[in-house]
Design a protein around this ligand. Structure first.
Ligand code: GLU
Length: 423
């Protein structure tokens, strides 16, 4: 991977920039540049042919000054330690910006879940928990779903953990099915939070969402619900969607149900069957004539190679790390409002926090309550980011929304570390 696309280098570079702008204490900066704990495990898993295959996995706990580690687990063929480290750093800033009492963590397993059957996935999920079981816990580090993991996988993981500790412990993992202590509204909370952010951004930029066209990269945990909620909440027209295999574009708008069918029946949205639709690649998506682009898949979607082509007024980063620092600069100079990932996609972990609170209390809330509380928190974060940007502007410093978000988040973690006497 070229150095400029290495997610951990990117995460460190972003922190360095923020540290420089805010004048962060040097020792605090040094502590925050590296994870507190990173673990690699090798997991023997019995496969369908009776043979045992060894999978490699990771769990990184980046910082726990503000509370237990928190962050999802990815199952991905190209998973690697550097990506997990970067994602765990971004979780730290995400939880801090949302001002919820968690630090940041992340996990991952190198595997191709699309080629594995249910039993193999269950064996792998349980094996992973046996391998990292001593490093997690409701007061230690709390995993959740992420790319190619879901509530079923969380359920197996919870079950395995409870087998190990010998008692009920629903707060050890979030994103569970509601029957096992999951929260109402968790399944689409990442997208829901993103849509609240988009609503605030549209107000700020005076963009009428009802008349706007949206392109979405990704049709998984985040992108699929983003489509549905964008239409429902704002009346916007989703005109393009891609997944890892490519996608479709229709200036008149795409049909959500049909798109879902194409994905579920054929494995890709590119097989969408509709009049006036053209197939597009992931690259094509970024230079479409639309108002909002939502990268909702993986890292490095917008780089210096395509940032110049973006025609949208708003980029809503629903994925983690979809815009490289070079692209970030280009979008900022071009006056495109690029809303940073750890603000936009914080809805998932905010509702994970609600789930953890409900598990500890043993008292569960309605979906309406969850969304209302989510709206309050994420709208507050949005306000803090743009207030910080305005404060710097009044001192003649032009900083991007990402840098403003970093300043709010890093400041809180540094203050907690200082209070603990870490520096
Ligand atoms: N995987 C989601 C994220 O990246 C959710 C994490 C969580 O709920 O802990 O924000």
């Amino acid at each position: 991977m070229p150095e400029e696309l290495d997610p951990f280098r990117i995460a460190q570079e972003q922190l360095d920039q923020a540290a420089d702008i805010m004048g962060l204490d040097k020792t605090a900066h040094a502590i925050l540049r590296e994870p507190r704990r990173q673990v690699t495990v090798n997991i023997p898993v019995k496969m369908r042919d009776g043979k045992v295959k060894v999978f490699t996995g990771f769990r990184v706990m980046y910082n726990d000054a503000r509370g237990p580690g928190k962050g999802g687990i990815r199952f991905h063929p190209q998973e690697n330690l550097d990506t997990v480290k970067a994602l765990s750093a971004w979780m730290t800033w995400k939880c801090s910006l949302a001002n919820i009492p968690f630090g940041g963590a992340k996990g991952g397993v190198i595997c191709d879940p699309k080629s594995m059957n249910t039993t193999e996935l269950e064996n792998l999920s349980r094996g992973y928990i046996r391998a990292i079981g001593r490093l997690i816990g409701p007061r230690v580090d709390v995993p959740a779903p992420d790319v190619y993991t879901n509530p079923q996988i969380m359920a197996w993981m919870l079950d395995e953990y409870e087998e190990i500790v010998g008692h009920d412990e629903p707060g050890v993992i979030t994103g569970k099915p509601v029957e096992l202590g999951g929260s109402a509204g968790r399944y689409d909370s990442t997208a829901m939070g993103g849509m609240y952010v988009l609503r605030e951004a549209a107000k700020m930029r005076k963009l009428n969402l009802k008349k706007s066209r949206i392109a979405i990269q990704g049709f998984g945990n985040a992108g699929r619900f983003a489509f549905e909620i964008a239409q429902k909440l704002s009346g916007a027209n989703v005109v393009a969607v891609t997944d890892s295999e490519g996608g479709v574009y229709s200036p008149k708008g795409l049909d959500y149900a049909k798109l879902g069918k194409a994905k579920d029946n054929t494995g890709s949205v590119k097989n969408y069957d509709g009049k006036g639709t053209q197939t597009i690649t992931n690259e094509d998506l970024f230079d479409l004539d639309v108002d909002v682009i939502i990268p909702a898949a993986i890292e490095n979607a917008i780089t210096r190679k395509n940032a110049d082509k973006v025609k949208a007024k708003i980029v809503l980063e629903l994925a983690n790390g979809p815009v490289t620092p070079e692209a970030d600069k280009i979008l900022f100079e071009r006056g495109i409002l690029d809303l940073p990932d750890f603000l936009v996609n914080s809805g998932g972990v905010i509702v994970s926090y609600f789930e953890w609170v409900q598990d500890i209390d043993g008292y569960y809330w309605s979906e309406g309550d969850v969304y209302k509380k989510l709206d309050t928190i994420i709208t507050r974060s949005f306000g803090e980011v743009f207030k910080t940007q305005a404060q710097y502007k009044s001192r003649s410093k032009r900083i991007s929304p990402r840098m403003a978000a970093y300043i709010v988040a890093v400041n809180r973690v540094a203050t907690a570390m200082k209070a603990r006497g870490w520096y």
